[in-house]
Design a protein around this ligand. Structure first.
Ligand SMILES: C[S@@+](CC[C@H](N)C(=O)[O-])C[C@H]1O[C@@H](n2cnc3c(N)ncnc32)[C@H](O)[C@@H]1O
Length: 201
């Protein structure tokens, strides 16, 4: 698979939009999901670690999962993740991790995965009983968030009702949507949700 983020990785952390989003999403996570000091947390689509780096001091360890070697190369350099992170460059929908975590977080990665039903089932399968997800992405938008023709973008955001149904269908309970933040790009406003849900114990 080609690395669609290869040319973006080195300067990803200097871009105002990912910086704003990761800050807003992390703040929403702290409000809406327990960050347990003993927990192992998977960051799905961790990228350069903008969210993982903020969560790391609050939990036991992070499993940073991504399919982009270039983004993970940047993540591996971060001192805030040193000694706390396991880096996994693999598509979990094809090759599961083979063990469970207490919490799965994700920021802006779901719209890069074509089959959302398969994705939420995969995340459920990676959770220990009682474990939770906290997944952030764009609310349904008009397709202008990404430049026309951007490869690897499969969803122009998500309808909350439809995504909530997919989570419930996968077995999740306590599905709740929260307004995480809003990002302004070329004078347009794009709201971002955080959906939290739990695998029954
Ligand atoms: C928009 S970036 C967001 C990165 C990071 N979460 C952040 O907030 O800065 C999306 C990330 O999802 C990753 N991604 C896309 N498809 C994936 C998949 N199937 N499994 C894991 N990561 C994936 C990309 O490689 C990229 O690093």
């Amino acid at each position: 698979m080609s690395d669609l983020f290869r040319d973006k990785a080195a300067e990803w952390d200097t871009r105002p939009v990912p910086l704003q989003i990761s800050e807003g999403v992390f703040a929403a996570m702290t409000r809406h999901v327990p960050l347990d000091p003993g927990a192992t947390v998977m960051d799905f689509g961790a990228g350069t670690g903008l969210v993982a780096g903020r969560i790391a001091p609050l939990v036991s360890s992070i499993v940073a999962v991504d399919v982009s070697p270039a983004m993970l190369e940047q993540l591996a350099k971060k001192p805030e993740l040193a000694g706390k992170v396991e880096i996994v460059c693999q598509n979990l929908l094809e090759v599961p991790l083979g063990r469970e975590v207490e919490l799965v977080v994700s920021a802006m990665a779901m719209h890069h995965v074509e089959d959302t039903r398969a994705l939420v089932r995969t995340l459920y399968a990676h959770l220990a009983p009682g474990g939770r997800v906290a997944l952030a992405d764009l609310d349904a938008e008009d397709g202008t968030f990404h430049a026309p023709g951007t490869v690897g973008v499969f969803h122009a955001g998500f309808e909350r009702g439809a995504l909530g149904s997919l989570l419930e269908e996968a077995g999740f309970v306590d599905v709740a949507f929260h307004d995480a933040c809003e990002v302004i790009k070329e004078e347009r406003r794009y709201p971002i949700f955080l959906v939290t849900a739990r695998r029954p114990a």
